[in-house]
Design a protein around this ligand. Structure first.
Ligand code: ADQ
Length: 465
């Protein structure tokens, strides 16, 4: 087998082992095993428009190649087309979608830059794996440079329903760009179906029973590859002696129950809606006053984008409103922490919580839901309240599933979660943990790469294969 070439918008630092998430660990393991290259943006923005600065670091059999973006590229490609057009639209928020032709041109320009940089580094039997919505056109740019290697793409976020995709002026070009890959991976069957329905209805291209289709003179294959976590590692983290953060939290809870939410501060995560649902819960069930704390951990992300400043304000206001209305001199229901927490400490916090509340309005997968389950104490597990619109809902059937737009429904679900007896908590938890032990991120990585390199006859077409 040839080398593996991974390409993603951001890449982890080569020696940053403990802080890297499951995805970074799994991709890095595969890279170290096969040897290869990981190419991505350095996270730095260079001033002026000189030739981009490229940095190469070799570490454990892998070349990490990063490139700085110019201010203009950063504005148009990253903040613009990727995060103000594709991200909101793919999360079904057309009202937040800002489409500018200038940004689209920047998006294609940066993809072309990545392709030009990568092409001379490639050997004929290298296998290329491209990640996420920032880089949809990369295969078509590589093909334009004459690259014949096998190229796979995994979309971490949802693929939208066809009628929403067609809002994008360049929808046909984008869908055709995707067809330049040999393998296209989606998180769920629903997102795959959205893509296939678009291809059938708009372009008259139909998939066979193996997930293959003939499109634009080549054969491409699509499948479902639900991403997961490094389950074993997370279980280990959660069983370690409690961190000082965790001890401080537990002390501050006194005898009250903890409902925990952990998200990036993003409008797709449903954070203000969830806080309002706690207000509704206290209105409907006043007996629960003084009996729990709802802790929301949500570090700011993408702060240069106006919609993210807005969500920051909305969350702070919602927390203030609910605390003002229902709080007392010695208790306030909502605790809001606007910063990130390390992975090992996070595992301990999940384990301290009676309820995990993961209620995105729309989410490709949501790894927090899986981490919460893996971190639980088998003898006394907490309850997961999970949005039906998270990709994870297709797998975690033991969760209490909710509609995050239904405030009253969520309030009832919080009550059911707080009240759930131990035997029911255990019977819901066990199959979920078993599923996560069998379907971890390493299996996800293997499945994708074996399908891409042709070692598996066909791609899986379901979330629970
Ligand atoms: P994200 O939208 O970033 O990822 P998610 O899957 O929930 O969302 O989280 C990714 C990682 O970030 C998790 O390991 C989690 O622990 C960590 N994280 C989130 N909030 C944190 C916080 N407050 N403090 C510390 N760590 C935090 C995108 C898609 C998802 C998809 C992933 C992977 O939007 O749907 O699950 O990619 O494919």
């Amino acid at each position: 087998m040839g080398r593996l070439i991974a390409v993603s918008n951001r890449i982890p630092k080569p020696n940053e082992r403990n802080s890297a998430g499951g995805l970074a660990v799994a991709v890095r393991n595969a890279l170290e095993h096969q040897g290869g290259i990981w190419l991505g943006w350095s996270g730095e923005v260079s001033e002026g428009s000189d030739a981009p600065k490229i940095t190469e670091t070799r570490w454990n059999n892998v070349d990490y190649v990063t490139i700085d973006l110019t201010e203009r590229d950063h504005d148009e490609y990253y903040n613009g087309f990727a995060n103000r057009a594709l991200w909101p639209l793919f999360h079904h928020r057309p009202g937040l979608t800002e489409f500018a032709r200038r940004d689209m041109a920047g998006y294609y320009r940066v993809n072309q830059l990545f392709a030009r940089l990568l092409t001379p580094m490639l050997l004929p039997d290298d296998v290329i794996w491209v990640h996420d919505y920032h880089l949809i056109p990369l295969a078509s740019e590589l093909r334009a440079q004459g690259v014949k290697n096998r190229i796979g793409f995994f979309l971490h976020i949802p693929w939208p329903a066809p009628e929403l995709l067609t809002i994008l002026p360049n929808h046909a070009r984008l869908a055709a760009n995707l067809a330049c890959y040999d393998l296209i991976g989606f998180q769920t069957r629903q997102f795959l179906d959205n893509y296939l329905n678009y291809m059938r209805d708009e372009l008259d291209i139909v998939m066979d029973s193996h997930g293959r289709m003939e499109a634009f003179g080549r054969t491409t294959q699509a499948g479902v590859f639900p991403i997961s976590i490094d389950t074993e590692e997370f279980i280990r983290f959660a069983r370690q002696p409690k961190s000082s953060t965790c001890r401080r939290l537990e002390k501050s809870l006194e005898d009250k129950m903890l409902a925990l939410s952990v998200d990036r501060l993003d409008y797709s995560k449903g954070i203000p809606q969830r806080i309002e649902a706690f207000g509704c819960f206290l209105e409907l069930y006043p007996d629960y006053r003084h009996r729990f704390y709802a802790l929301q951990i949500a570090p700011t992300t993408r702060e240069q984008i106006p919609e993210y400043a807005e969500i920051n304000r909305e969350v702070a206001e919602a927390a203030g409103r609910v605390n003002g209305k229902f709080g007392d001199i010695d208790w306030a229901p909502i605790r809001y922490v606007n910063r990130s927490i390390g992975r090992a400490a996070l595992a301990g916090l999940y384990r301290s919580a009676r309820v995990g509340i993961v209620t995105p309005l729309r989410d490709g997968m949501n790894l927090v839901a899986k981490e919460f389950v893996a971190a639980q104490n088998e003898e006394d597990p907490g309850v997961l309240v999970l949005s039906r619109f998270a990709g994870a809902a297709h797998e975690l059937k033991g969760a209490i599933q909710v509609n995050p737009y239904d405030t009253v429904g969520m309030a009832h679900a919080f009550k059911a979660a707080f009240d759930m007896p131990l035997d029911e908590r255990i019977s819901r938890f066990r199959p979920m943990l078993q599923h996560l032990c069998e379907h971890d991120v390493h299996r996800w990585c293997r499945n994708f790469l074996e399908t891409l390199s042709g070692q598996r006859a066909s791609a899986s077409l379901s979330s629970v294969a």
